[in-house]
Design a protein around this ligand. Structure first.
Ligand code: SF4
Ligand code: SF4
Length: 186
C-alpha cells in the first residue's frame, strides 16, 4: 500500500481521508446503558446502498412476524427504504426517526447495513475520494466513558466494519498511520 500523508486534521490512508479524531478518540459501545438508541433517534433512517436494499427485501419474509404493526404498515406503504431530504437512500422509519428494523433486542437484520456497523464513523463521498469522520452524539456518552476506561481507540473498536468496508490491507495501513501519528505527539 502507498505511504500515508497528513493535512492538518486529516490523514490520507490509500484513497481515504481519515479525520484524526478517529485515531485519537476513545469509544466502546455500552449497549446495557444506551440500549442502542442510535437505531431510534435522529432525523432519518440509516443510509443503505441498492445492494443492501435488495438484501433487506430478501430477508423480509423471515423477519416480518418480528416487525411491529407500525413497521409493517410503513413497509407496506413505501417499501424497506426511502430517499431522505438530502437525496440519500435510508431505511424506512416509524414516525420521525425509529428504524423499522429495530427489534426489542436490537437489529432484526442478520447483517446490518454497513452505515450502522460503522457508526459513529460516517462516510462521505468527496469526488473520487472517501472521507471518514467521527460523528459525536451525546446519546453515545457512555461509549466514550467506557472507551476511555478501556483505552480503546475508535478505529480499533470499529476494526471489523472498517475491514468489511476497505479490506485487511487498508486496515493495516490505517494502523501503521495511527501508530506513527500517535508517536509523533501530534
Ligand atoms: S438497520 Fe438495524 S442497526 Fe441499522 S438503524 Fe435499523 S435497526 Fe439499527
Ligand atoms: S453508537 Fe452510540 S447509541 Fe449506538 S449502540 Fe453505540 S453507544 Fe449506543
Amino acid at each position: 500500500m502507498g505511504s500515508s500523508q497528513s493535512f492538518g486534521n486529516i490523514l490520507m490512508v490509500g484513497d481515504v481521508l481519515v479525520h484524526t479524531d478517529i485515531i485519537t478518540a476513545c469509544f466502546c459501545c455500552d449497549i446495557e446503558k444506551c440500549h442502542g438508541r442510535c437505531c431510534e433517534e435522529g432525523d432519518a433512517g440509516a443510509p443503505v446502498t441498492i445492494d443492501e436494499i435488495d438484501y433487506i427485501e430478501s430477508q423480509l419474509d423471515d423477519i416480518w412476524p418480528s416487525l411491529n404493526a407500525q413497521a409493517q404498515s410503513v413497509i407496506d406503504r413505501q417499501g424497506v427504504a426511502y430517499t431522505d431530504p438530502e437525496g440519500e437512500l435510508v431505511t424506512s422509519i416509524i414516525g420521525s426517526c425509529d428504524c423499522c428494523f429495530r427489534g426489542p433486542k436490537g437489529c432484526l437484520l442478520a447483517r446490518r447495513p454497513l452505515s450502522c456497523h460503522l457508526y459513529p464513523i460516517r462516510e462521505k463521498k468527496l469526488g473520487p475520494l472517501v472521507g471518514l469522520n467521527y460523528h459525536r452524539w451525546d446519546i453515545c456518552k457512555d461509549a466514550v466513558a467506557l472507551g476511555e476506561k478501556l483505552k480503546m481507540p475508535l478505529y480499533r473498536f470499529l476494526r471489523e466494519p472498517l475491514v468489511r468496508r476497505f479490506g485487511e490491507a487498508w486496515y493495516r495501513e490505517l494502523e501503521e498511520t495511527a501508530e506513527a501519528y500517535l508517536s509523533s505527539g501530534y
